[in-house]
Ligand binder design. Structure first.
Ligand code: APR
Length: 320
């Protein structure tokens, strides 16, 4: 049977890392697409040359021609610009919206059956625009944010508790930005919810609040350190986890920016929610009951995303 085909739209920091991870995990043959001439070709060749040592057979192709993504099973989109220190994700909106238009059209023409994972920021608005521009079914177009946000939360919690990251689960809802909603009572150490761990004296509410804030600021912390760009290792790993869930029909329960209609009282918009990812794409949106405080935080996050979507419609009237 032919190997799956994975198209990476954008061959920058995240795109290159995605290609390397996809090869090492033997998820499929990789096509790296970018508008910059030489970058995708150079990265593809460099990664291919690691094949003999690593022992993978997946092929790598770098290209500036959308025709080369033809028939891709998965497309992961990182095309656009990344943040610099002092910028919020929202500052990227105008430039990256134009990029989503060309990417959406390219995918619609050459890979209309793909499962599309968007990483470009501001995430919730960009994945919405990409769906609009591509015209693909909403269950096949999804944004990567919650897996990364919850991975950051899990990492910080594991440091606080001195336990393996594998035994920490975390639950993050809402938009990928300052209003994201890390849900403490659904986050656990081996099934023990965080509020119980506070009662057990493992940590204090103050420390937990600080970890929640650090999670919300997780992207900015890396931008501040790197100074020349934004995070790429963990974002790439998170998207690969989602791609693998789709390609292997794993039915993974993963938080993603999915199209939500009905659940959470929403009437059709992209926002971070828990989902089930399998061979049909987003197979289910899990509609959990929120308490009053959580609902208020979620509503605030939803409003922030709606504001960005309105801004997109203002910039490109074809989206209105
Ligand atoms: N089509 C294809 N590729 C494009 C286009 C386009 N229209 N416009 C820009 N690119 C390419 C650039 O040439 C560059 O190689 O997108 C790539 C982006 O790479 P980086 O600048 O290294 O950014 P990266 O760190 O990979 O982040 C990409 O993901 O997390 C988000 O905020 C981040 O929006 C940013 C995106």
């Amino acid at each position: 049977m032919a190997r799956p085909k994975i198209a990476l739209i954008g061959a920058g920091q995240i795109g290159g890392t995605l290609a390397h991870l996809a090869a090492m995990k033997e998820l499929g043959d990789v096509v790296l697409f970018d508008i910059a001439e030489g970058t995708p070709q150079g990265k593809a060749l460099d990664i291919a040359e690691s094949g003999p040592s690593e022992g993978f057979d997946a092929t790598m192709k770098g290209t500036n021609d959308y025709a080369d993504i033809a028939g891709a099973d998965v497309c992961i989109v990182t095309a656009g610009v990344a943040r610099k220190p002092g910028m919020s994700r929202d500052d990227l909106l105008g430039i990256n919206l134009k990029v989503m238009k060309s990417v959406g059209e390219g995918i619609a023409k050459h890979a209309p059956n793909a499962f599309v994972i968007c990483i470009t920021n501001p995430l919730d608005a960009m994945v919405w625009a990409l769906r609009e521009f591509s015209g693909l079914p909403a269950e096949k177009v999804v944004g990567m944010a919650g897996v990364l946000d919850s991975a950051r939360f899990r990492h910080f919690l594991s440091l606080e508790f001195g336990v393996s990251m594998k035994d920490v689960t975390a639950f993050v809802l809402g938009g990928h930005g300052d209003t994201m909603v890390p849900l403490a009572r659904y986050s656990t150490v081996a099934g023990i919810p965080l509020p119980d761990l506070v009662k057990m004296g493992w940590t204090t509410q103050e420390k937990l609040d600080a970890i929640v804030q650090r999670t919300r600021d997780g992207g900015a912390e890396i931008v501040g350190l790197l100074k020349t760009g934004s995070a790429f290792y963990a974002p790439a790993t998170s998207a690969i986890e989602m791609a693998e869930a789709y390609l292997k029909d794993q039915k993974r329960v993963l938080p993603c920016a999915a199209f939500v209609k009905g659940a959470y009282g929403l009437d059709g918009m992209y926002v971070g929610v828990p989902t089930v990812i399998g061979a049909n794409g987003i197979e289910k949106v899990i509609d959990i009951k929120l308490d009053k405080d959580e609902q208020a935080m979620f509503d605030k996050s939803v409003d922030a995303v709606k504001g960005l979507v309105e801004a997109c419609k203002g910039i490109d009237p074809s989206l209105a």
